[in-house]
Design a protein around this ligand. Structure first.
Ligand code: FAD
Length: 465
């Protein structure tokens, strides 16, 4: 396990690597030249230029930003982060924030990465506390525990088996029969067939607060010339070295950003199409089958209409059943809606979650929001007395495109044939959970450190020349 000190920013580390960047460079991050963007965030205003960093990260979602953070806090390398927009504009901004193991399966391909990441989040929380800060304020952190809810005999059996497996894997897990469950969640509809798997150590973060915290950590390295952000600046192409064929720079719409050691592409659901675009000019084709899987998250602000003590997920979530038959117009054939509910650190009710394949479309679909509300009402009958239309003043909907991989595993590792380019994408509905483990894995690969988690299942496959 990484020691606490390796996870904290070391203000004494000064880059020996970033020779061309100085704090007076027009693109160096500085609080003086920050300008509000249309989304109310701050970005660095850059004139067209070129400069060099050890590591260039493409994508400022939770995966790209945590990778940048891990390089900054555990090495003396300099890092640039590039995004076509701003952090939280991708899937990250719609994330419900659950760092849950209750829906993960011991022995599956992603289990070790998920558990390592879960552990790293807890270590980060501990380090925040040791600095005298409150992780609830910094990350929106809550350890409220998770309940996976079953409503039939068959689901109860599945939950019993899951609890056994989770306990054998070393987690604290309990099987709750209906009488235990109603004590934990008095407002939940519970009958004799109801049951749950309960993981008291499962926790949640707020994606926005967490991203802001990670950005704050990363920016603490800017004054040393080790960190720069290039936001609202899409990557257009890679520039390859004539001598060894490696990628030596990332060309954005405004800048040429040279990389001395590695380029990490963490562009979420855009990773596949981006890599194809970047490779086309070289007669190469890298097929990364990551697809956008749209999700709506309904947020009801300052919610106190019912009691919800833990985070809840229906057992059927594990199957993502599609809405079919008379309920579903043709265009929603792919839609699945499962009940996932929690209260965040600010007291907002978060209700998910929907899944559908509709390309890169991120338009609000009110019918999906209604499905979510209806589904949650089947578990919390009190909500049925509250029409969705009454909540128009207090509700928001967040929409994001999960980076879906058909084999259910993210892709993390070097691109065959281009040893200094790495991919880190395809975490679908678990990118917040798996971010810290992914970041550690990428840093270990780039720096040649021994791996804490076997990365073989996540290797980038198939380069066609
Ligand atoms: C409704 C919903 C609920 C979810 N709930 C949870 C949860 O409870 N727990 C959990 O662990 N996960 C959850 N997830 C999943 C999680 O949000 C994602 O897995 C995660 O955010 C993916 O992060 P990312 O950094 O890979 O992608 P993104 O956040 O999408 O970031 C990719 C970035 O790449 C940038 N980019 C794209 N193309 C370019 C380019 N050409 N040049 C430069 N930049 C580019 C984009 O602008 C974007 O900022 C949820 C997702 C949704 C939609």
């Amino acid at each position: 396990m990484a020691s606490l000190s390796t996870l904290l920013p070391n203000p004494n580390l000064i880059s020996k690597h970033n020779s061309t960047l100085s704090s007076t460079h027009p693109c160096a991050y500085s609080w003086k030249n920050k300008t509000p963007t249309s989304k109310g965030r701050f970005s660095v205003s850059c004139s067209s230029s070129s400069q060099a960093y050890d590591v260039v990260v493409v994508g400022a979602g939770v995966i790209g930003l945590t990778i940048a953070r891990h390089f900054l806090v555990s090495s003396d390398l300099s890092v640039a982060v590039v995004d076509k927009a701003v952090p939280c504009s991708g899937a990250t901004g719609a994330g419900q924030g659950h760092l849950w193991m209750v829906n993960k399966t011991p022995g599956s391909a992603t289990w070790d990465l998920a558990s390592r990441s879960h552990q790293l989040w807890k270590t980060l929380v501990q380090s925040i506390e040791e600095q005298g800060l409150d992780p609830m304020v910094e990350l929106g952190w809550k350890q409220s525990g998770s309940l996976l809810i079953g409503r039939t005999d068959a689901e109860s059996d599945v939950l019993k088996g899951r609890v056994k497996l989770l306990c054998e894997a070393g987690l604290k897990a309990e099987y709750l029969c209906s009488s235990d469950l109603i004590k934990e969640e008095p407002d939940l509809l519970v009958d004799k067939d109801s049951a749950a798997a309960f993981l008291p150590d499962d926790c949640q973060i707020d994606a926005y607060r967490t991203v802001a915290y990670i950005e704050k950590t990363n920016r603490s390295f800017a004054s040393k010339g080790r960190y720069t952000e290039f936001y609202d600046d899409p990557v257009k192409c890679f520039i390859r070295s004539d001598s060894n064929g490696e990628v030596k720079a990332v060309q954005t719409s405004k800048n040429t950003i040279y990389s001395k050691k590695a380029v990490i592409v963490a562009a979420g659901c855009w990773t596949g199409s981006l890599m194809q675009d970047l490779f086309r000019n070289w007669g190469m084709d890298l097929h990364v089958p990551v697809m956008p899987r749209k999700g709506h998250l309904l947020v009801v602000q300052n919610f106190n209409f019912l009691q919800m003590n833990h985070g809840l997920m229906e057992a059927d979530y594990l199957n993502h059943p599609t809405i079919s038959g008379s309920e579903s117009p043709d265009h929603q054939k792919n839609l699945s809606v499962s009940m996932v509910a929690s209260i965040d650190a600010a007291g907002n009710l978060l209700l998910g979650s929907s899944r559908e394949f509709v390309g890169f479309n991120t338009n609000l679909d009110e019918s999906v929001v209604s499905y979510i509300w209806k589904r949650v009402g089947e578990f919390f009958p009190k909500l049925k007395t509250l029409p969705l239309s009454d909540l128009s003043a207090s509700r928001k909907v967040r929409i994001g495109l999960r980076p879906y991989m058909p084999n259910g595993k993210p892709v993390i590792g070097p691109v065959p044939g281009l040893s200094n380019v790495y991919l880190a994408a395809g975490h679908e509905g678990s990118g917040l959970l798996m971010a810290l483990g992914t970041a550690e894995m990428i840093v270990e690969m780039v720096l040649g450190y021994p791996a804490k988690v076997d990365s073989t299942p996540f290797a980038v496959q198939k380069v066609l020349v």
